[in-house]
Design a protein around this ligand. Structure first.
Ligand code: PRP
Ligand code: ZN
Length: 291
């Protein structure tokens, strides 16, 4: 049986839930090799001093704050809710969701003020209390431990505060969003000591890998051939264009051009290139950008 090694970085991830699969996929993309999680409590990484520990997501901020593990991947929502003493290292750009107030579709509650004097059930009492206080709404918060979506049908409350991502849980339970409290995504958090102790160099390497995968996600690599006469126009469309390559495979008077394009401008750039007479554009995904 594996045992946890003291010198290794210990990273807590959600055992079973919304973030589990995407987190493991993200770690694989970063090049960390480890055995499949089931039915383990932890996995040891084969090619990096890293242990992955599987726990309930609600426990992750506290475990990181208390130094039981060095790092954690968790929804930002839990940091707002638990206010644990941890250092946020990175937003991981997946696990997007919102904490919302929702009411039954047929409810007479149409605006925030209509919640006055009503019961609101939630597993997020801290966030709910802060939000209601901010808007000066006096409502009773009923703290529950799970499945908020069924509470209105059970007569426990008139409204709930819960996370929503695809919206299917709300739809299946005939609930509609009254308002949003905050947006959230997966984040990487660290115990403050790991930034300075003997594991800090491993942490630096791990963060470099995380960042390399995250930046690659926002870019595409494009390659195309075009007539040399078009170069001045093309440079205006792609300002960060790499020097054109004249290869033996290109037609006389033509050059091969490659560039990295930000996802946000991708379609606009490609369409403009086509309009300027570029016949064929090859698009390649980028795995990592190491800086
Ligand atoms: C949240 C929330 C809903 C579901 C909403 O639970 O409590 O059940 O996700 O997602 P949907 O809009 O895509 O249907 P989560 O997976 O975070 O579980 P947990 O509350 O047990 O941590
Ligand atoms: Zn949870």
């Amino acid at each position: 049986m594996n045992t946890l090694k003291n010198g290794n970085l210990k990273l807590a991830v959600q055992k079973e839930g919304r973030l589990t699969d995407e987190t493991l996929e993200f770690l694989c993309k970063c090049g960390f090799e480890f055995e499949s999680r089931k039915p383990r409590l932890f996995s040891t990484c084969r090619n990096f001093p890293l242990e992955i520990i599987y726990v309930r997501d609600d426990d992750i901020p506290r475990y990181v704050g208390e130094g039981i593990v060095d790092l954690g991947i968790v929804g930002q929502n839990l940091l707002y809710e638990q206010k644990a003493k941890v250092k946020k290292l990175l937003n991981l750009r997946y696990g997007f969701c919102s904490l919302v107030i929702a009411v039954p579709k047929e409810s007479l509650i149409k605006k925030l003020e209509d919640l006055k004097g009503k019961k609101v059930a939630t597993t997020y009492p801290v966030s709910t209390k802060a939000f209601l206080k901010k808007w000066k709404i006096q409502a009773e918060i009923v703290e529950i431990s799970g499945s908020a979506e069924i509470a209105p049908a059970l007569g426990v409350c008139s409204a709930i505060v819960d996370l929503t991502s695809s919206g299917s849980t709300l739809a299946l339970n005939d609930l509609r969003i009254l308002t949003s409290i905050y947006d959230s995504e997966a984040v990487c958090i660290a115990n403050e000591k790991v930034l300075v102790n003997g594991k800090k160099d491993f942490l630096k390497q791990l963060v470099t890998r995380f960042k390399a995968v995250l930046s690659a996600k926002n870019y595409k690599y494009i390659m195309f051939s075009a007539s040399q006469n078009l170069l001045p126009k093309l440079k205006k469309i792609i300002p960060n264009m790499k020097p054109p390559i004249i290869s033996p495979f290109t037609k006389v008077g033509w050059v091969t051009i490659s560039s990295v394009i930000k996802e946000d401008f991708f379609w606009k750039t490609v369409e403009t290139l086509k309009q300027k007479g570029v016949p064929e554009i090859y698009v390649l995904p980028i795995e990592k950008i190491v800086t």
